[in-house]
Design a protein around this ligand. Structure first.
Ligand code: TRP
Length: 352
């Protein structure tokens, strides 16, 4: 049973987040925008972190790639410092209650309400609206289920419930809050409405080739993205070739120097040095030295992560055992929540 949830002192706030296993590596934007916070939040929160493979099949996918990427995702999270003793790290499909609660929530979601989700509109526009699946349409409801299954229980945890996500997920979090309140209103108090927690420290990282656009797996070219698991040679090259401007000054200026500003943010976040200090350090030295040093900082951060990830992937049985342990802990909480939900909705219990 759940060591983390059993020993989490009353008053420990709960946190839950999820990430899709849709790439062979996480990238620098994922790391600085979200995953680094996941690691830090373990110190203050009873944490649940989920690799959301059910979400990954809302668009056409290759089963072998999904299987590989689910393990690669989990291994990277562990390699980055998610500690399976302190946090509950699990694979979404290992806990069938996610799909079950999603069904119940879909029955209290308005069709018009779901139609207003901008991420669905963007994603379906890309594929052609008629090619989009119903699963892609109900994606945010499954996300709401991911979150609400881990609603803190009164008495066990303070009713504080954080969901660290990027700015692009704010609307999905609003839907989750609305569904929590609607369920409570219709069927009795069950869920704590979660707070979107968009960490102030989360750096917004942009594309190296197109520094006004977000670094994104779906939108960036390979040259614009630094993958966490990338080999040192290509990693260095991409940073040296990052788009800057025709000037020479290493200065933070979002309007006129978007490329340099992005690199300063990365440098500052990874080394823990305030940006003005970096500006002073590189005054008069030009972009070459600045980029060379930045490349070293990035390599120093990600080389150990890559090595630990490779080691974890080398022992699949061990990795799967860690995930099974996480699924047992998550499953215990999810089962308790679903028992209450089934009863409130009016399903007859099996009597066992
Ligand atoms: N939709 C989220 C994203 O693309 C991933 C996700 C799924 C998630 N379930 C979640 C995030 C639950 C937070 C909580 O980033």
């Amino acid at each position: 049973m759940s060591q983390a949830t059993e020993t989490a002192a009353a008053g420990t706030p709960r946190v839950l987040s999820g990430i899709q296993p849709t790439a062979d590596s996480f990238h620098l934007g994922n790391y600085l925008g979200a995953l680094r916070q996941w690691v830090a939040l373990q110190d203050t929160h009873d944490a649940f972190y989920c690799v959301v493979d059910l979400h990954a099949i809302t668009v056409e996918h290759d089963p072998a790639a999904l299987r590989r990427r689910t393990r690669v995702s989990a291994a990277q999270l562990l390699a980055m410092g998610v500690d399976p003793e302190r946090s509950t790290l699990f694979v979404q499909s290992h806990v069938p209650e996610h799909a079950e609660l999603a069904w119940v929530l879909s029955c209290i979601t308005g069709f018009g309400e779901a139609s207003r989700m901008t991420q669905f509109k963007d994603k379906s526009a890309k594929q052609g609206a008629s090619a989009a699946s119903v699963g892609l349409f109900t994606y945010p409801i499954l996300q709401a289920a991911d979150i609400l299954l881990y609603t803190p229980e009164p008495g066990e945890n303070a009713p504080v419930f954080h969901v660290p996500v990027g700015e692009d997920q704010r609307q999905h979090l609003e839907l989750t809050r609305d569904l929590a309140q609607r369920f409570n209103h219709r069927f009795g108090d069950t869920f704590v409405a979660p707070d979107a927690f968009i960490p102030a420290a989360a750096a917004k990282i942009t594309d190296l080739q197109e520094p006004t656009a977000k670094m994104s797996k779906s939108a960036s070219s390979p040259q614009g993205i630094i993958d966490v698991l990338e080999e040192p040679g290509p990693m260095r090259k991409k940073i040296m070739r990052a788009v800057t401007d025709t000037g020479t000054e290493v200065r933070y200026d979002e309007q006129n120097k978007a490329g340099v500003t992005n690199l300063l943010r990365v440098f500052s976040a990874l080394e823990g040095t305030p940006i003005p200090d970096l500006e002073t350090r590189y005054a008069g030295s030009g972009y070459g030295q600045f980029k060379k040093d930045l490349a070293q900082v990035v390599l120093d951060t990600f080389t150990p992560v890559r090595e630990r990830t490779e080691k974890l992937l080398g022992d699949e049985r061990h990795l799967d055992a860690i995930l099974r342990h996480g699924a047992e802990r998550a499953g215990a909480v999810a089962a308790r929540t679903m028992e209450i939900v089934r009863d409130r909705v009016g399903f007859v219990g099996r009597g066992d």
